[in-house]
Design a protein around this ligand. Structure first.
Ligand SMILES: *Cc1c(COP(=O)(O)O)cnc(C)c1O
Length: 356
């Protein structure tokens, strides 16, 4: 007997970046993790967690965290929602808003988790090619004929940011639901978030995460903003106690230290600028990034397989970066921005590999 549904049987598991074996001394620049520790505020709260917190169920509605998010972003608490990472929120969005056999439009390339989640829900992904320079074509998205649009902004793995006026034009002109994923927006130079648009348009969900800018990948807390009607639907579709009690406390503590988040994201931006300049000096083509990673093409003398070769050689030297086999990405590397020291080590390795 085969108990597995055919569309699940056909599924390719989501391909995440390589995880080095525990205890190994690896410079890990392949998952866009923040190189800095969480705020001291988070570490202090972590130390005060007692066994009573573990014995009891958490607040199923994440009230305290949502209140703090509402204050921080100047919205009503009724317009906020929390999940076990933004990945869970994206799954719940598909559960409650996206019909099986309908279509979503997503720029290509973009965050491939959306393709996996769409397949699980038997939803077709219409991939809308980004332009030559990887900028998103809003008109093509609007005219895709899909029921839902996903916009990762700034986009992954390209690092490109779509200006606010274009995001608004998209939400305004598209009759279906628009999901704007702002996982990386705190790393942008000057970013106007789509959050205020939830007050004016009823077809918008803005998804965010504590994973990247707040250095809490391991705690698994995501959040999103939308109108009351859509938020109520998300509440109905979620698992009962979806965010654990420890993570709720840690996310709240992280949110309350905005200064630390601002300082560490600014440090990432500075390192990003310096490292991009270093790469260009080595002959790389670097797409200007508004995130905590860069997408770059090794110099032409490396040949067709230059990116893959560098990826493998760096891995032998205990530096993990990301390589994608896709048509538009096969000649590129995605490199997360680590500390200045980590990027200097990487630069020296690249220099010795490239400059003979
Ligand atoms: C990292 C990332 C997420 C975050 O996932 P979490 O489940 O919150 O850790 C969401 N969207 C994009 C585009 C990402 O790169």
């Amino acid at each position: 007997m085969n108990f597995i549904l055919p569309h699940i049987q056909r599924l390719k598991p989501y391909a995440s970046g390589a995880q080095p074996p525990g205890g190994s001394n690896v410079i890990k620049l392949n998952l866009n993790e923040n190189p800095y520790p969480p705020s001291q505020n988070v570490l202090n709260v972590l130390r005060t967690i007692d066994e009573e917190a573990l014995r009891l169920y958490p607040d199923a509605r994440c009230d305290e965290l949502r209140e703090a998010l509402a204050q921080q972003y100047g919205v009503d608490k009724k317009h906020t929602f929390c999940g076990n990472g933004s990945s869970e929120i994206i799954s719940i969005i598909f559960t409650v808003f996206v019909e099986s056999y309908s279509r979503i439009a997503i720029p290509d390339p973009s965050f491939s988790l959306y393709h996996s989640i769409a397949s699980i829900h038997q939803v077709e992904c219409v991939r809308i090619p980004t332009r030559e320079d990887f900028s998103v074509d809003v008109d093509m998205l609007v005219e895709s004929g899909a029921q839902v649009i996903v916009l990762v902004n700034p986009n992954a793995p390209t690092g490109r940011l779509l200006p606010f006026s274009d995001v608004e034009r998209l939400v305004q002109n598209f009759p279906g639901l628009v999901i704007v994923d702002e996982a990386y927006i705190d790393f942008a130079e000057s970013s106007l978030s789509a959050i205020p648009l939830i007050e004016c348009y009823e077809n918008l969900v803005v998804v965010r995460t504590f994973s990247k800018a707040y250095s809490l990948c391991g705690a698994r807390v995501g959040y999103c903003f939308s109108n009351e009607k859509l938020i109520n639907a998300l509440e109905k579709g979620k698992g009962l106690y979806n965010v654990n009690i420890i993570s709720q406390k840690l996310a709240l503590a992280a949110l309350q230290d905005q200064e630390y988040m601002k300082n560490t994201t600014a440090a990432v931006r500075r390192t990003r600028g310096a490292f991009s300049a270093d790469l260009r000096r080595l002959g790389f083509d670097v797409i200007p990034s508004q995130t905590n990673f860069i997408l770059c093409t090794p110099p032409p003398q490396m040949g067709e397989n230059g990116a893959q070769e560098l990826y493998e050689k760096l891995m032998e030297r205990n530096i993990y970066v990301r390589y994608f086999k896709d048509t538009r990405l096969y000649d590129k590397l995605r490199i997360s921005i680590g500390t200045k020291e980590e990027m200097d080590t990487l630069y020296n390795e690249l220099h010795s590999l490239l400059v003979k």
